[in-house]
Write a protein that binds this ligand. Structure first.
Ligand code: DAH
Length: 342
């Protein structure tokens, strides 16, 4: 009897069902009332009493094995049906659907381009926090206590802690960098900045800047001029003219704003350049000795220059984007136009 049970178990194990008919054959042979297992249950009455228990356990195990194999056979058949159905739809002669690739965002492109240009002349990239304390964003940068930029209309302060704010410029990374070690520093610092401005075509409460700083022995205004002259030509082309206009920033002395010849009208005068032929691209200057001292750098030993530019502004001039809001609205008609950039 034991042998009989083992033979049936072997048969169950090796059974294969490729079709519905074969599955039915299996069901008849091993699952139905009239199956071989059913017959074994029928033989129970002929088994001597003392062996009944062991025999019963044996055929129960056999029954369970038959049932779980039955389930597996059903699942196997379903699966092959599905893949057969898939194959029915597949026409291998069709041309492929093609992947629709995204495009680099113009601001990402311009940021990377700025990094590439400065990296080639020995600047590295530094990063700093967007949620900043007053000291790194203002005080260390020589902002007088009552400077209007500290006031509520410009700065987003953190309600729970008025000493904390959303940085209003990337110049905070200057102070973090200079505080973190010893000169020389030659770094650019791209990032997001925040100002409490109403959103319009010309202003936004979130935008991007790239800060730059070079501090070492004997860095002069000539280095500043040549570095940004080089940048403007690399970014906008060899024919671009550059001029420096005296200006004021609390953290630089002397300070200069950097203009380039208008990319739209090439100097003839247009709306963008307000008919002057020039457009501003950056603020800059020699790092104020107070800022160096605030960051524990001896201004007698070291000098440096710094600059800051808006990425949206550079992208506007490069790609003639006349509404700042386009950068953040995710309109694919706008974004698609930059498909060729990388
Ligand atoms: N932080 C200035 C701004 O947000 C830009 C700037 C001007 C940065 C002159 C500088 C600089 O480092 O030297 O408008």
């Amino acid at each position: 009897m034991k042998e009989k049970v083992e033979n049936i178990l072997d048969e169950i194990k090796s059974f294969k069902a490729q079709t519905q008919d074969e599955l039915e054959q299996y069901r008849m042979k091993f699952i139905s009332k009239k199956s071989v297992i059913g017959e074994l249950f029928g033989e129970m009455k002929n088994i001597p009493n003392e062996e009944k228990k062991a025999f019963g356990m044996q055929i129960n195990t056999l029954k369970e094995a038959a049932q779980s194999k039955f389930k597996a056979l059903i699942a196997g058949l379903e699966q092959s049906k599905d893949s057969a159905a898939d194959n029915d739809h597949e026409d291998l002669t069709l041309p492929s659907a093609g992947n629709s690739l995204g495009a680099v965002h113009p601001l990402t492109y311009v940021r990377n381009e700025i990094i590439r240009i400065f990296e080639r002349i020995g600047f590295n990239v530094s990063d700093g926090p967007e949620i900043e304390d007053d000291w790194h964003n203002f005080t260390a940068l020589n902002f007088p206590e009552n400077h209007p930029a500290r006031e509520m209309q410009d700065t987003f302060f953190i309600e729970k802690n008025p000493d904390m704010l959303l940085r209003t410029h990337t110049s905070n990374v200057q102070t973090r960098l200079m505080n973190s070690g010893k000169p020389p520093f030659r770094s650019i610092m791209p990032g997001r900045v925040y100002r409490n401005e109403a959103i319009s075509a010309r202003a936004h409460c979130v935008f991007h800047q790239v800060e730059g700083i070079y501090v070492d022995k004997e860095v002069s205004f000539v280095d500043l001029k040549q570095t940004l002259y080089h940048f403007a030509k690399e970014m906008f082309g060899k024919d671009t003219e550059v001029r420096y206009r005296p200006s004021y920033f609390p953290f630089t002395e002397p300070s200069a704003e950097i203009d380039i010849s208008c990319q739209i009208c090439k100097g003839d005068g247009c709306q963008l350049c307000k008919y002057t032929g020039w457009v501003e691209i950056a603020g800059s200057g020699m790092v104020d000795p107070n800022v160096l001292s605030n960051c524990n750098i001896d201004p007698e030993e070291y000098t440096g220059f710094a600059f800051g530019m808006g990425i949206e502004r550079i992208a506007q001039l490069k790609f003639r984007v006349n509404d700042l809001r386009l950068y953040t609205e995710n309109d694919v008609r706008f974004l698609k136009q930059f498909r060729t950039l990388h």
